[in-house]
Design a protein. Structure first.
Length: 94
């Protein structure tokens, strides 16, 4: 079994181990990570490695980082008093 230990909740590792034990099928558990943080990138790299598409995972990570840099650059051109107040939100369901 391969699993990401970076901020992975203990329950995730335990659940993955239990599924693997019951099914006899290798299980990979990765952390959801901090959105667009290094731990998120590490999880994408693990998924890419397991799926045999490491190069594609690096392309996706580069695309995300390039997009974030572009957004930061575009936002820097807007005066502070003209920037809207926003609430970024997301929901996950198990």
């Amino acid at each position: 079994m391969i699993r990401s230990e970076a901020k992975a909740p203990a329950a995730t590792s335990g659940e993955a181990d239990e599924i693997q034990r019951k099914t006899g099928i290798p299980v990979v558990a990765v952390s959801q990570g901090t959105l667009f943080g290094e731990d998120f990138e590490q999880s994408l790299r693990i998924i890419g490695e397991v799926c045999g598409v490491s190069e594609r995972a690096e392309e996706v990570i580069a695309y995300i980082n390039d997009s974030l840099a572009e957004l930061k650059e575009l936002a820097s051109a807007v005066p502070e008093d003209e920037k809207p107040t926003v609430l970024p939100a997301a929901a996950t369901f198990k």
